[in-house]
Design a binder for this molecule. Sequence first.
Ligand SMILES: Cc1cc2nc3c(=O)[nH]c(=O)nc-3n(C[C@H](O)[C@H](O)[C@H](O)COP(=O)(O)OP(=O)(O)OC[C@H]3O[C@@H](n4cnc5c(N)ncnc54)[C@H](O)[C@@H]3O)c2cc1C
Length: 384
Amino acid sequence: MNMDGTLTEEEQLISDSFRAYCEKAVRPAQEEWNRERKFPREIMKDISELVLPATVAGHDSRGPSESSIGLISELMGRYEFPVPGFLTMHFAKMLPLVADEEVREKYLGRYLKGDLVICGAFTEPGAGSDSAAISTSAVGRNGRFIVNGEKAFVSSPVMADAHIISLRTGEMDMERPHRGVSLLLVDVRTDGVEPYGMEHMATVFNGDFGGIRFNDAEVPCGNIIGSQGKGFVTLMEVLNTQRVHVALYSIGIAEQAIEEAIEYARIRKTFGQPISRHEAISFRLAESWTKLQASRLLAFRALALQENGKENSAECAAVKWYGCEAAFEAAGNALQTLGASGYVTSSAMERRFRATRGFLIGDGTPDIQKMIISRRLFGREFSP
Ligand SMILES: Cc1cc2nc3c(=O)[nH]c(=O)nc-3n(C[C@H](O)[C@H](O)[C@H](O)COP(=O)(O)OP(=O)(O)OC[C@H]3O[C@@H](n4cnc5c(N)ncnc54)[C@H](O)[C@@H]3O)c2cc1C
């Protein structure tokens, strides 16, 4: 992205093509998918040529920039692109790190054909923010890990074909709990793997929500991602930029909400004039627009630092906190503009309000992002 916010030729092309696809195939079906909580798997095939290779580029080709993927994340939010598809696209970045070449090529091949939905399962009933405090564990036997434990509050565990999980493959060292944590790719059809849904959780755009139980599930050791016992570092590296994409998805939802609210405010009249002429309405939307613009600029700056191989953990954390908060506030302001008609379950505003709230928890809460920022500002020794 250029300094003035305009797009490079490549970014413009990717953005235009994906927008055109969403206008044709996603916008008209969005309401029905949401109403029926349906994940249309065929959309993975649809985007397999245009979008998916970008996310695993570097595996065998030089692909589009991280900023191009950021534009796609933002558009996905605007169009309520089903969350299992959005998350698959980002978790797939770990596939090139699968240890065994045959396993790696098999799953990458399925992904690139649009035939693989992945979920990332790191949270447990007893460990969320403190992601090294997990108790799911494995012992190695005859080239296989025997996995036991449970993951909870995970997006799309039931509709996923494969789970990327964090687990303990070494003894817990209380001084350095992140040591001995590994990442493993687990096929859903493995004996002893039981995904379950949490029916009463608020879901975000066509996803399911639930957990996974592992009862003596046997997974080949070659399915390890990165190095055994060093998965925590890999996970933190992946989550670092993933947080920016999650924030951009949420910002995209809010941008769409604000634009629709502006249209509504021009038409709806009270006290003899369009409600946009009441400062309370127009200033509220002006404030939200400004905060979203600021968040968006910060997001693309964080991605530009990533592209240039520069340290960006504080920038990524700042976008996740500030951007998701700005998006939630904007979604609320947009809903408020519609009055009661925005507060019904058939309204896109209600969906957006619920969705943007979820992103203030998923992938790390604001409190945790502020911890990360503090570490940059004060150094580890002087920060919480
Ligand atoms: C919509 C949504 C989607 C999700 N998707 C996934 C997914 O796909 N995969 C997955 O693995 N998980 C997922 N999660 C789970 C999510 O990552 C966790 O809920 C999150 O990390 C917080 O963990 P927790 O719920 O256990 O809260 P806790 O860690 O118990 O925290 C409780 C409260 O204490 C605060 N807190 C905790 N520690 C500190 C501290 N040191 N300083 C200050 N405050 C602190 C937190 O900010 C929070 O407000 C999802 C959650 C949501 C809501």
